[in-house]
Design a protein around this ligand. Structure first.
Ligand code: GLU
Ligand code: ZN
Length: 291
């Protein structure tokens, strides 16, 4: 790899303040980018207003600053890219890779856990509310994760014709994230294993746009006391509630980087410097158990 050819990113949704699970993703993607002499971009994924909370984007950015996680270039906001998403959706339409779906969630659930392609041949715009789906007769059933290796996704375990634009008119995460990863020329995505199932779909979209997908490295999930995934939606505690150096120390421990006890009370920048010069992604705990 030539110097500086690495471009990584952290892409939080502004549904609440940064919690520990997202901090782990931020720290790991940052260390991976910087240790590859690469760029690290921050993208606010604000395309789902009903799930967003006011002030969350700014709060997340301030928290990243407190952790000395300094990003390159300007922060990117997905809400400013609607025209681009529409254009890419139109490209898929022209390639005959989309169709209109009028099924209700209830009707789908009645038949099977996953949508079974009921509207597959609906290429004419219906008069009632519709979502736009990806026409996907040959779904990808595996990909290579940089940490876990080859991961398999049995055909019956996921929805093949996934949604690109929702009934409420909002672009789906899968489309928006691929368009931005593509436009920002991201070379490696480092993120939580909660998004594992999304990765084969995203790789397929890259292929549809005739682009090479980035590499993907998924991180183990931080689980709450009750064993559930921490998330902003379940009101996980914001990392700001405790001193940043303690939280960073904990995040490095979670990633099994074994920060020395002598740095337990060190300031954030010192700890981050240590983490950077000792970063070993191979030590991150396995994610195999998520599948
Ligand atoms: N915005 C997504 C989230 O906060 C992450 C997207 C990604 O890293 O691909 O869960
Ligand atoms: Zn349908």
């Amino acid at each position: 790899m030539t110097q500086n050819s690495y471009i990584g990113r952290f892409a939080p949704s502004p549904s609440g303040p940064l919690h520990f699970g997202s901090l782990v993703a931020a720290v790991a993607s940052y260390l991976q980018a910087r240790s590859n002499q690469g760029k690290w971009l921050v993208r606010i994924e604000d395309i789902d207003p009903p799930r967003e909370s006011k002030g969350a984007a700014d709060s997340i950015l301030r928290t990243l600053e407190n952790f000395h996680l300094c990003w390159d270039d300007n922060v990117i906001y997905q809400s400013e890219h609607m025209d681009r998403y529409q254009q890419c959706l139109h490209q898929l339409y022209q390639q005959q890779q989309t169709y209109f779906c009028t099924c209700s969630r209830k009707a789908i659930k009645k038949v099977s856990p996953f949508y079974q392609g009921h509207c597959r041949h609906q290429r004419k715009q219906p008069s009632k509310d519709f979502s736009i789906r990806f026409y996907n007769p040959e779904p990808l059933t595996q990909f290579y994760d940089e940490h876990a290796g080859k991961l398999l996704f049995p055909l019956e375990s996921f929805e093949h014709d996934f949604i690109l634009k929702r009934k409420d008119g909002l672009f789906a995460y899968q489309l928006a994230v691929v368009v931005d990863d593509m436009d920002e020329a991201i070379t490696e995505v480092v993120r939580g294993a909660d998004l594992l199932d999304s990765t084969p779909r995203q790789i397929q979209l890259f292929q549809s746009f005739a682009r090479t997908a980035p590499r993907y490295l998924h991180l183990p999930l931080v689980l709450g006391k009750d064993g559930d995934k921490l998330s902003k939606l379940t009101h996980a505690e914001p990392v700001d509630n405790a001193p940043a150096n303690q939280q960073l120390f904990k995040a490095l421990q979670f990633l099994q980087q074994s920060p020395p006890a002598t740095l337990q009370k060190a300031p954030v920048n010192e700890l981050l410097q240590w983490a950077l010069s000792h970063w070993q992604p191979g030590l991150i705990p396995s994610i195999k158990s998520y599948r």
